[in-house]
Design a protein around this ligand. Structure first.
Ligand code: SF4
Ligand code: SF4
Length: 524
């Protein structure tokens, strides 16, 4: 694969988005012979020439042209849905009872809780996060195995916000042609106004993006009120400022450079892809040799070959990363499909069949050249493996979520000393027992122990009527100190024991195991 390729300057409509008709007309009077663009210098290049080759290539500003078509509509739909979800989710409510937050999605850092609708994740259940990360990674791999970088082209936040910022830019500064003309025309009053309006709108979007982010960490309506009345914590303003700045810079200025130079995914996905993955592909078998409409008609009349590509450069001019997909697979291509829409429009206009550029594989191009039917293999070993991993991890997570209890118990054995010998010769071990009540009401639990016959359990300061009753507040944990005393004549060095927790009302239970330690082989 080659690195990101800037737009080709020598084009009939390079500096003007003069519309398809004008483009095709200009293509009719111009013939461009197919030529390969050298990616690496020739091998016979002298050492001096190598030394003189610049190591840095300055960025060429990209002015993506407006385009319409199937993939553009899909991208608009995805953009609207994802932004709608991101901006409005903090305001969704979910009734969890009187002692719990009513925000549907909330990262409650102060109480170490994550709320997602009916799911509440405690710190000790962080393995759910591991499961989610595995599923996310496998889903990304699966998308890549099916259709290359479609995550990048449609769903990546960088793509979504850059798309939005570019739409604002076209709205304020005009489409490609007007924008370039205005920039060439210097600073007029109108340009200053348009430029100011663009940056104002960019900043508003960036500010609201940062503002929405902090709403995931506190009750959204309350925090909005506190922010407006300047009573919110400083850290909220700080994070809004940081995210406003990063959104503004990344989506407004850096754009495709994030995809080309900063993001590791293109490098990783290039190593994970295979010949069956559908990628945005220029069907060079059909497009080459490229020539204008007039020229190709003349070539065909002479019995010479002529491809369908009229070299109008529409596919390059709409590309958000400035890639010329006709040069082959490119790390800069985010698989957004906009060049397909642009080329389809051109093909429709000149009465040729569409999908000269399409989601396809190089393998199929070779097959077509051999007169074979194209082959699409979505179910392959790697895609089945990814689906299986997603299903297994998702199934385990779903099972544990369904069967998880509303109470838990964990044991910490005293380490120093591990045991003590009492004056009557008995051995005593001490434990710190943590009891978690995951319900939104106060509950009382009894504590018992099994596994050590003839021993005594003592829960410090929790005796009630001969039972050990521990009250735990709503959605809270409580630690109690537990003493276990063994009166056996010759206790074992290590005996497994179990602690049991019972809800005194509902009878729900939880258990945890540990060991009772004693001096090895010593009689009382
Ligand atoms: S591939 Fe299509 S859009 Fe691109 S230059 Fe050729 S005809 Fe024009
Ligand atoms: S080459 Fe086509 S699919 Fe790739 S980024 Fe450019 S417009 Fe999108």
């Amino acid at each position: 694969m080659t690195a990101g390729t800037p737009e080709t300057p020598a084009a009939a409509c390079h500096d003007a988005d003069c519309g398809l008709v004008a483009l095709i007309r200009s293509a009719e009077v111009k013939t461009v012979e197919p030529k390969a663009v050298p990616v690496v210098p020739p091998l016979d290049q002298s050492a001096d020439e190598w030394d003189d080759a610049p190591l840095y290539q300055a960025r060429r500003k990209i002015y993506p042209q407006r385009v319409s078509g199937t993939y553009r509509r899909i991208k608009w739909a995805v953009l609207l849905v994802t932004l709608f979800v991101y901006y409005l989710t903090p305001f969704l409510r979910w009734d969890r009872g009187p002692n719990a937050p009513s925000q549907a999605v909330l990262i409650d850092l102060s109480n170490s809780r994550f709320y997602f609708f009916f799911i509440e994740i405690w710190p000790q259940e962080v393995y759910y996060l591991t499961g989610l990360l595995i599923i996310a990674a496998m889903t990304l791999f699966l998308m890549n195995a099916l259709a290359g970088r479609i995550w990048c082209g449609y769903l990546c936040p960088q793509t979504v916000w850059t798309d939005l910022f570019q739409a604002i830019e076209r709205f304020t500064e005009g489409d490609r042609r007007q924008h370039m003309q205005r920039e060439r025309g210097g600073w007029t009053l109108e340009r200053v106004a348009r430029f100011g309006a663009k940056h104002f709108l960019w900043l508003m979007v960036a500010w609201w993006t940062g503002g929405a982010w902090v709403l995931y960490f506190a009750d959204a309506p309350t925090l909005v009120h506190d922010l407006a009345t300047l009573r919110a914590p400083f850290v909220a303003y700080l994070w809004i400022g940081i995210l406003t700045l990063t959104t503004y810079v990344l989506a407004g200025y850096m754009r495709e450079q994030v995809c080309l130079y900063m993001c590791p995914w293109p490098r990783i996905q290039a190593a994970l892809t295979d010949e069956h993955a559908l990628n945005v592909t220029y069907r060079y078998d059909r497009g080459e040799p490229r020539a204008s409409v007039k020229k190709s008609a003349a070539l065909l009349a002479k019995g010479l070959p002529a491809g369908d590509c009229i070299d109008c450069l529409q596919c390059v001019q709409v590309c958000p990363t400035g890639v010329d997909i006709r040069q082959g697979p490119n790390l800069g291509c985010i698989q957004c499909g906009l060049c397909i829409d642009a080329c389809d429009a051109v093909m429709t206009k000149i009465g040729r069949s569409t999908r000269l550029i399409a989601y396809d594989t190089d393998l199929n191009i070779q097959r077509r050249k051999q007169g074979l039917a194209p082959e699409y293999r979505l179910a392959r070993m790697r895609t089945l493996l990814y689906v299986a991993i997603i299903a297994v991890v998702g199934g385990v997570m779903a099972f544990t979520l369904i069967t998880r209890t509303a109470q838990s118990i964990s044991i910490l054995h005293d380490r120093n000393p591990v045991f003590v010998r009492l004056s009557d010769g008995a051995i005593r071990n001490a434990y710190t027992v943590r009891i978690a009540n995951k319900r939104s009401e106060r509950r009382e639990f009894t504590l018992s122990m099994t596994g050590l016959a003839g021993s005594l359990l003592d829960v410090v300061q929790s005796r009630d009527d001969g039972r050990f009753v521990v009250g735990v507040g709503p959605d809270q944990t409580r630690e109690v100190r537990v003493l276990v005393t063994d009166y056996a004549d010759r206790p074992a060095a290590s005996t497994p024991i179990n602690f049991h927790l019972y809800d005194v009302i509902t009878g729900e239970r939880a258990s945890a195991g540990d060991y009772f330690r004693a001096p090895a082989g010593e009689a009382k």
